[in-house]
Design a protein around this ligand. Structure first.
Ligand SMILES: Cc1cc2nc3c(=O)[nH]c(=O)nc-3n(C[C@H](O)[C@H](O)[C@H](O)COP(=O)(O)O)c2cc1C
Length: 257
């Protein structure tokens, strides 16, 4: 059975929590599901010291708290579903802090072959840009983002959703779960887009040639063999992707000489 981690990100026991619990219930026959309520975890604020980038994640002054354990749970899972409220047109501070704390994964991606999906719980407006943001972050970290959805939890804290809204929410969630499960059983390592290939080549070319490149990143790329591979993992790259990759390698290499 595939393993799914649900990360629920509301600071209160509100509509996101109910939604996450409903998703867990509906998925249990199809996957092994673990649900983490982010605000029940002790996660220190990112201080912006960049120690995780420069020295490695063990250099973070808070490296023994739950952020690392949550990343390990992501590594053990086949897929991760975020259930997050929309606060001021964005994810709430606790979830943003988790992303900040794990920002070294942008530099040293490691979640390849996994799927992510985000469900936004909101009052009226803004979910679409949150979905886009979360998909983008998870794709930088290596996952393939499956199209999520926004549901309406109500504008006011205590309000109950009416029957029609509940039915609409349930339908959207069922469709999202179905998309996620289908993709979870699809091709493990999807072929990358042209942009992903170009970004990989740009990252490693500048790392190879810049005296300011971060030692932890360099060591990680070396350990993975990424300085010599066409992409992070074995994938079918078409001639345009290969040519674009070679151009990026050449251009960034030459600029730094
Ligand atoms: C601080 C705060 C900011 C919010 N900002 C937005 C917003 O920008 N757009 C929106 O549609 N709803 C907004 N809402 C409404 C919540 O997204 C909505 O009530 C949601 O159901 C809350 O989820 P929760 O009960 O899990 O916390 C906001 C609520 C709070 C508390």
């Amino acid at each position: 059975m595939k393993k799914v981690l649900i990360i629920e990100a509301s600071p209160r026991q509100g509509f996101s929590r109910k939604t996450a619990e409903m998703i867990r219930q509906r998925m249990t026959h199809f996957a092994e599901v673990e649900l983490v309520h982010l605000y029940e975890e002790e996660i220190g604020m990112c201080k912006g010291c960049c120690a995780c980038l420069i020295a490695g994640s063990a250099g973070c002054p808070s490296h023994e708290d739950a952020a690392g354990r949550i990343l390990n749970k992501m590594l053990e899972a086949d897929g991760v579903i975020y259930v997050t409220p929309n606060y001021a047109l964005q994810i709430p501070a606790g979830l943003k802090n988790l992303l900040d704390r794990l920002s070294f994964v942008f530099h040293r991606p490691r979640l390849f072959g996994k799927r992510s999906m985000t469900i936004v719980v909101e009052g009226v407006y803004g979910g679409r840009s949150i979905l886009k943001y979360m998909d983008q972050v998870m794709e930088f970290w290596g996952m393939k983002a499956v199209k999520g959805t926004s549901v309406t939890g109500g504008v006011y804290p205590g309000c109950e959703t009416d029957l029609r809204t509940s039915e609409k929410n349930n339908k959207k969630i069922d469709q999202a779960i179905q998309r996620f499960l289908n993709d979870l059983h699809g091709e493990k390592l999807p072929d990358p887009s042209l942009m992903r290939v170009v970004m990989f080549r740009a990252a490693r070319a500048s790392m190879r040639s810049s005296p300011d490149a971060l030692p932890a990143d360099k060591a990680y790329f070396e350990e993975k063999g990424w300085f010599d591979s066409p992409y992070y993992y074995e994938a079918r790259l078409n001639p345009i992707q290969l040519a674009a990759g070679a151009i990026v390698d050449g251009l960034i290499g030459r600029k730094s000489q």
